[in-house]
Structures are given as structure tokens and as C-alpha cells.
Design a binder for this molecule. Structure first.
Ligand SMILES: NC(=O)c1ccc[n+]([C@@H]2O[C@H](COP(=O)([O-])OP(=O)(O)OC[C@H]3O[C@@H](n4cnc5c(N)ncnc54)[C@H](OP(=O)(O)O)[C@@H]3O)[C@@H](O)[C@H]2O)c1
Length: 283
């Protein structure tokens, strides 16, 4: 099977290359492959994949408020081109989406059938990407995930580890709840879903939920970092983009298919064993 993977150098993309095998994957990413370019559809046709995993995206949530056209060009228009290529090739298409398609007003985990209602530009652009693939006519699976971290790329875990090296007290929001997800676990789940030929929409995160504050506390504990975490509100954090206060995704469909990802706290323990320590710390 020929698998074309966008966002191949990103957090999930790197983990997917490991899981699927570098020999199976046709990797695509910046700077050679740009989702904003009009030639994306033809480039993919030229590669003739059987399966496209579209993990590439504009992922800067605050940045998308400053440059919404860019976020839309990459996440919505770029995805439209990918979907058109999948239809022409009769290839299967997996689109990686986000918990940020929801507004966070619910207080029970979001199911696949719950109606998206994004409250920031990033979430809106990803939702448009979802619609592009789901209405394209291609055989499609939309995988919504959340709060991703891994060895490659930038993420919250690495930010806490870096900041802990220079600041004794870190302020972290305690009124947003979600599901931290280890890219390695998500990649393994994606590979299993590919094998099972699953279509539609599915939520895939590590199990359990926490706030960013609780997540930061666990990171400090697991990594043995010498700093304390102070809880603050979203308002106090003053970020540019609105965030859903509750974006926990229900694992019910995944469980019904016979999969269960590890608890987020267990996944973090595994990551702690392979994560590079920040400067100033020794193992
Ligand atoms: N990170 C999260 O917490 C999170 C949560 C839920 C869902 N997701 C979704 O999961 C997927 C994977 O996320 P991730 O954390 O692995 O993201 P990531 O590490 O930011 O990787 C995304 C990749 O896409 C590339 N990219 C950006 N703009 C592009 C463009 N114009 N053309 C081609 N490639 C481009 C990035 O390149 P550069 O690094 O050079 O920009 C990067 O290599 C994304 O679809 C994201 O929306 C992520």
C-alpha cells in the first residue's frame, strides 16, 4: 500500500512515519510541499497513493487570529485540494482534525455526532477542512484528536519543561479541560483504524481528562522538574484566541471498535522516559 502523508515532519507525522515504516510512506511537508500552492492536487495525483493521511496543518491557534486567511488557505483550501485528489485517485483519505471544532459549552464528553461550533479561527478552518473531505465523495475518515505532544515539534509538555528550567513558578490555566494525547499512541491508533477500514468521524485521544494546570503539575512531577505551578483563569492568561472551556472527546466509538488508548497520565510517564531534558537538568 502506498501511503502519502502530509505534515510528515510534525508531531503526529513523525510518529506515523515510525509506526507505518519509512519505506511505506511518501512524506510531504514544507518547504517542498506547500498546501497553499495550487499544484497540490496534481502533485498528489502524480504520486498515485492508495491512502492519503492528511496531518499537515496550520496549527498555531493564536496565530490563526492574526492571519485567518493563511489558516483558511492551508486548513480549508489546502484540504479541498487533497480531497479532490483522493476522489480522482479513488484513494482512501484520513483527515486529522481537532477538539477545537467544538465550543466547549457541554459538560459531558463530545461524541462524533455532536454539532461542531468553533469559537476560534483555527477551529473554524479545521471544521471547513472536515466538511471538504466529508462532502467530497472520497472514502474518508475524520479523526479528531486533542492536546497533542510528542518527541518531534513544539508542544505544551516541551514548553513547560523549557520554562521550568528558568522560572521557579509557572502560571497555567485551570478552567479548560481536555484530553492530553501522546502522538505515539495516536499514530498506533491511526494505523489500526487504517487496517480496519473505518470510515466517518471518530474521536481518538488518550483516556481521561484534566485541565492544563493539572497536566502541567503531572509534567513537573514525571520529569522531576524543580518548579511549582500556579493555577490561573483563561481571562488572566489573556491569550488572543478563545479556547473551549471543555473539549473532552468521548472514546465510545473507538472503544466499540475494540480499541482503548492508555490513560493520559500513563502515556505521559512513557513520554517522560524518552523526552529530552531541558538545559540545566541531568538525568
Ligand atoms: N497539536 C495539537 O495539540 C493538535 C490537537 C488537535 C488536532 N491537531 C491536528 O493534528 C494534526 C497534526 O498536528 P501536529 O501537532 O502534528 O502539528 P504540527 O506538529 O504543527 O505539524 C503540522 C505539520 O504541517 C506543516 N505545515 C504547516 N503549514 C503547511 C503548509 N502550508 N503546507 C504544508 N505543510 C504545512 C508543518 O510545518 P511547519 O512546522 O514548518 O509549520 C508541520 O510539519 C493537525 O492536522 C492538527 O490540526 C493537533
Amino acid at each position: 500500500m502506498r501511503v502519502l502523508l502530509t505534515g510528515a515532519n510534525g508531531q503526529l507525522g513523525s510518529a506515523l512515519c515510525e509506526v507505518l515504516g519509512y519505506e511505506t510512506v511518501i512524506p510531504k511537508d514544507l518547504p517542498d510541499f506547500n498546501l497553499m500552492h495550487s499544484g497540490v492536487e496534481e502533485e498528489i495525483i502524480g504520486c498515485a497513493p492508495d491512502l492519503i493521511i492528511h496531518a499537515g496543518a496550520y496549527t498555531d491557534v493564536d496565530g490563526a487570529e492574526r492571519e485567518p486567511d493563511l489558516a483558511m488557505a492551508v486548513n480549508a483550501k489546502g484540504t479541498e485540494q487533497i480531497a479532490r485528489a483522493a476522489v480522482r485517485l479513488r484513494a482512501r483519505l484520513i483527515y486529522i482534525s481537532t477538539d477545537y471544532v467544538f465550543d466547549g459549552k457541554q459538560r459531558i464528553p463530545y461524541g462524533e455526532e455532536d454539532r461542531p461550533c468553533p469559537i476560534n479561527r483555527y477551529g473554524f478552518s479545521k471544521w471547513k477542512g472536515e466538511q471538504a473531505v466529508l462532502t467530497s465523495g472520497a472514502r474518508t475518515l475524520v479523526i479528531r484528536t486533542a492536546w497533542l505532544y510528542g518527541t518531534a515539534g513544539k508542544n505544551f509538555v516541551k514548553s513547560i519543561m523549557r520554562a521550568a528550567g528558568s522560572e521557579p513558578i509557572l502560571k497555567v490555566v485551570n478552567d479548560q479541560s481536555g484530553c492530553p494525547t501522546y502522538a505515539e499512541d495516536l499514530a498506533a491508533a491511526v494505523a489500526s483504524l487504517v487496517e480496519k477500514n473505518i470510515e466517518g468521524v471518530i474521536h481518538v485521544t488518550n483516556r481521561g481528562q484534566c485541565t492544563w494546570y493539572e497536566f502541567a503539575q503531572a509534567i513537573v512531577r514525571e520529569m522531576g522538574l524543580g518548579c511549582s505551578i500556579m493555577p490561573i483563569t483563561t481571562e488572566q492568561a489573556g491569550r488572543l484566541a478563545k479556547r473551549p472551556p471543555y473539549s473532552v472527546l468521548s472514546p465510545d466509538r473507538l472503544v466499540a471498535l475494540g480499541f482503548a488508548l492508555p490513560e493520559w497520565s500513563q502515556a505521559l510517564k512513557r513520554f517522560a522516559k524518552v523526552a529530552p531534558l531541558p538545559l540545566g537538568y541531568s538525568s
